[in-house]
Each structure stands twice: as C-alpha cells, then as structure tokens.
Design a protein around this ligand. Structure first.
Ligand SMILES: [Zn+2]
Length: 314
C-alpha cells in the first residue's frame, strides 16, 4: 500500500519520508518518531493509539556500499475504507488489472523497491509550518467531493505505476538501486522539464553543459578539508565548460552544513575511512571561480552525497 506522507506525532504535522529524515537528523538527541496516518479522519478512527504507520530507514544515512531499502512509510494498522491511501490503493489495483502499467516498474515495485516515476525539483525555501504545507496533486484530488471522481483521478495520476517524489535524496537512492538492477531505461517525468530515462536524467560531470536540458549532475570526489561541520571536496575528473579542463570543487560552509546534519555525517564517515570517496549528486550547475570551477547550488536540498568504498576486484 502506497503511503507517501504520514503525520508525525512529535512534530504535530504531516511529512514525507525525506522531511522526516531531515527532522530526525536535526534533533539534538536523536529519537525515532511516532507516525500516524496523514488522513485526519482515519487517524482519529482509533482514539486509543490512532492508526499507526511505520517509518522505515529514515533514521539511517543512505550508504551505498550495502544498498539498503530506500526510506519509506509502511502500513502498520488497518486504515478506514475512506482513507485516501486506501482509495489510492483501490485505484492502483484497478489500474493494474487493466494492465496499463509498465511491467518492469510493477515487477520492481513488487520486489519492494520504490520506483520514482514523477519528480518535482525540491523547493529552495523551506515550507515548514503547517499552514504553508504544500498542496500536492494528491491533496488536490482529495478535495473532489465524489468518490468516483477521486478514484478516476488517482488512476490517471498513478497510471504508469511508480511513485512521486520531491526529494533529491530519494531520487538518488532510486537511481542507485535502478543502476544495480540494470534498469536505467525506466522513464521518469520531471515537472516543468518533461520526460527522461534515468540514464538521460543523470549526467556525469565529464558531460556537463553538453546540452541545455535540466539534469542531475554527479561525479566522484575526495574530501579536501573540514571546517566542522562544513567541508570542501575535489572531484576526480576535470571539467571543461569551454575554457579547457578545470578543477571542480564543492564547498559547504560551517553554517550551512550545520543545518544539514545528514550531509555533514556522511562526510564524517568518509573522513574516518581514508580509502573511501564520495559521489556527489546535485541540481544546479557550475560557476567559474579564481581557482577553477565550483558546484553551484541554490539549496542543500539540491545536494546529495553517497559514501563509497572502492571495490576490491582482486
Ligand atoms: Zn489511513
């Protein structure tokens, strides 16, 4: 059963799984959260404990060495029939029977993978308060008065199978899992940018600026310096944006890194494993600086790091 959002009891608001991860790592003393169904009537239906939802892996750092399952919410207690996640399940079941979905996406989903087929670029300004909680397509469909209309709208929304995400972290975890499954030809729709295959959406730094399309850039990098909790990294590959190959670096200052503990901690792990390196994924571009090129991002929500240990192929 698809559950893309849950109500966090400790924070008193509904979150998606990446917001839950950010909030978890932002705590001084880390405690796992209690989640209930994000449907108001559904969670009130059991006045004793509410309808609980489990949060899986949001308290872990995405570490690619041992691919663990992407963070997600999982059903724990039974939901009421009018709960929107139940209506979405019904719509998806109907859609599956009429066999319109992508077979490979359905097969991977059946294996327990979260395959993202719709992505919206994360907003750079945090919308943290309950009042500002962003309305997504599901929220809009929920307001339709007729059940029939809602089911038909959900069927349309989820017709290709797969999930939607507004998180670069989730997208990167999905990409790395699909790469492992040799399934990078799966298509993904990026809001305001159109359709891609995963292979085309992700662009290695060596090919940067080869076209004008939106991409998620990535490349291997080594830790250069710490400015605890800040850091700077150098990429292995020089990058040519028209002035010959130049060195590319990423710098995240103390203050910013302090607001993104999950990134700083991934760098900590790399720092304590000298043979390791990091794969840097980002949305944005590069800018020219005095000493070469620098990764240019608008927000740390547009940056994801994965710790890697070189494979010993001996
Ligand atoms: Zn529910």
């Amino acid at each position: 059963m698809r559950i893309e959002k849950a109500f966090c009891v400790e924070l008193g608001k509904s979150l998606d799984i990446e917001q839950a991860r950010e909030a978890y790592f932002a705590q001084g003393k880390r405690r796992r959260f209690t989640f209930l169904c994000s449907d108001e009537r559904c969670r009130a239906s059991d006045p004793r404990i509410g309808v609980r939802v489990s949060g899986v892996n949001y308290d872990k750092l995405p570490n690619v060495d041992t691919i663990f399952k992407t963070a997600h919410f999982r059903r724990q207690d039974p939901h009421i029939p009018s709960c929107y996640w139940m209506e979405i399940k019904e719509a998806e079941d109907l859609e599956r029977v009429s066999n319109n979905g992508n077979d490979l996406v359905s097969a991977l989903t059946a294996k327990g993978m979260t395959v993202i087929t719709r992505f919206s670029i994360p907003k750079t300004i945090a919308t943290d308060t309950e009042q500002n909680e962003e309305q997504d397509e599901i929220d809009q469909i929920r307001t339709k008065p007729s059940r029939e209309e809602r089911i038909s709208a959900y069927r349309k929304l989820f017709s290709g199978g797969g999930s939607s995400s507004k998180s670069l972290e989730s997208l990167v975890s999905c990409y790395e899992e699909l790469k492992h499954e040799e399934a990078l030809d799966i298509s993904i729709h990026v809001d305001s940018h159109g359709n891609y295959s995963f292979k085309d959406l992700f662009c290695h730094v060596a090919n940067i600026k080869k076209d004008d399309r939106f991409h998620v850039y990535y490349g291997g990098a080594k830790l250069y310096k710490r400015y605890h909790p800040g850091f700077s990294l150098y990429f292995f590959d020089d990058v040519d944006v028209g002035n010959g190959g130049q060195r590319l670096s990423l710098y995240v200052d103390k203050q910013n890194a302090g607001r993104a503990n999950h990134l700083a901690e991934t760098v900590d792990v790399a720092e304590s494993n000298p043979q390791s390196y990091l794969t840097v994924y980002w949305i944005g571009g590069v800018r020219e600086e005095e000493r070469g090129l620098a990764v240019d991002i608008n927000s740390l929500r547009h940056l994801a790091l994965r710790f890697k240990v070189p494979q010993n192929r001996g």
